[in-house]
Design a protein around this ligand. Structure first.
Ligand SMILES: *[C@@H]1O[C@H](CO)[C@@H](O)[C@H](O)[C@H]1NC(C)=O
Length: 232
């Protein structure tokens, strides 16, 4: 095999498997994600090496900038309430690079969150983004927990027009604390913030985390763990 090809292949592999916690600053005006390119970030995926070398920027292939259209930067539908008929009574409608290909490399995205009466957005983290949230309707009790060893809970009751920040990576939640539905809009500092819902990840993983590990970690009987695992 030709040496320069080998070097290129090694370089390509390094480029493809390089993982970062937050989005890079863009190096060009925009890089509209091509529809068939892998929009699965935060995971190591395998794609043909030469394809990767040629066009991948921040994880996806870019459309030729001359062919970019207004619709590459557009989404409609955030006026529609999400369906909150589910066990937690909330619904997140995401608008990230999966919905707007033009967001690729730009390090920002948005969500609409609907809350039924007493609905919660359960404790979760965004591994790649800080979140700034504003209440459009209703009242929310919100909070986040600082990292070890303090694990301090910081909470606030928010009313219409209030704004609150959830720092990158920290576990946070919202609960509808009003008498009707609540609606919030949040911006996140990643084109693909990622979500780890704590209960689902810990008790609903596939395959399941061994119940003796979880029993020890949570200092409960295995039966309690088995019950919790059966709920997910
Ligand atoms: C909302 O979701 C529930 C549960 O999945 C479903 O039964 C219901 O039809 C949905 N409602 C609407 C308006 O889509």
């Amino acid at each position: 095999m030709d040496t320069s090809f080998l070097l290129l292949a090694v370089l390509a592999f390094t480029w493809c498997s390089f993982a970062i916690a937050s989005d890079h600053s863009p190096l060009q005006d925009f890089c509209v994600a091509l529809p068939n390119s892998p929009v699965k970030f935060g995971t190591h995926y395998t794609i043909p090496t030469m394809y990767c070398v040629a066009v991948l920027v921040n994880g996806v292939a870019c459309k030729d900038p001359k062919l970019a259209q207004a619709d590459d930067f557009f989404f409609t539908g955030l006026h529609k309430p999400g369906n909150t008929s589910n066990p937690v009574g909330s619904k997140v409608t995401p608008v990230n690079v999966a919905q707007i290909p033009g967001l690729n490399t730009l390090g920002i995205s948005m969500v609409r969150i609907d809350y039924a009466r007493w609905g919660i957005n359960p404790p979760h983290t965004h591994p790649r983004a800080t979140e700034i949230l504003t209440v459009l309707e209703g009242t929310l009790y919100v909070g986040f927990v600082t990292s070890n060893p303090d694990n301090r809970l910081i909470t606030k009751v928010l009313h219409k027009g209030d704004v609150f920040v959830f720092p990158e990576g920290l576990i946070h939640f919202q609960r509808n604390a009003g008498y009707g539905n609540a609606v919030a809009i949040a911006a996140l500092s990643s084109q693909n913030p990622g979500v780890i819902t704590i209960a689902n990840a810990v008790f609903g993983s596939n395959p399941a985390v061994s119940d003796d590990i979880l029993a020890k970690a949570f200092r409960v009987d295995k039966k309690v763990v088995d019950y919790l695992q059966s709920q997910f």
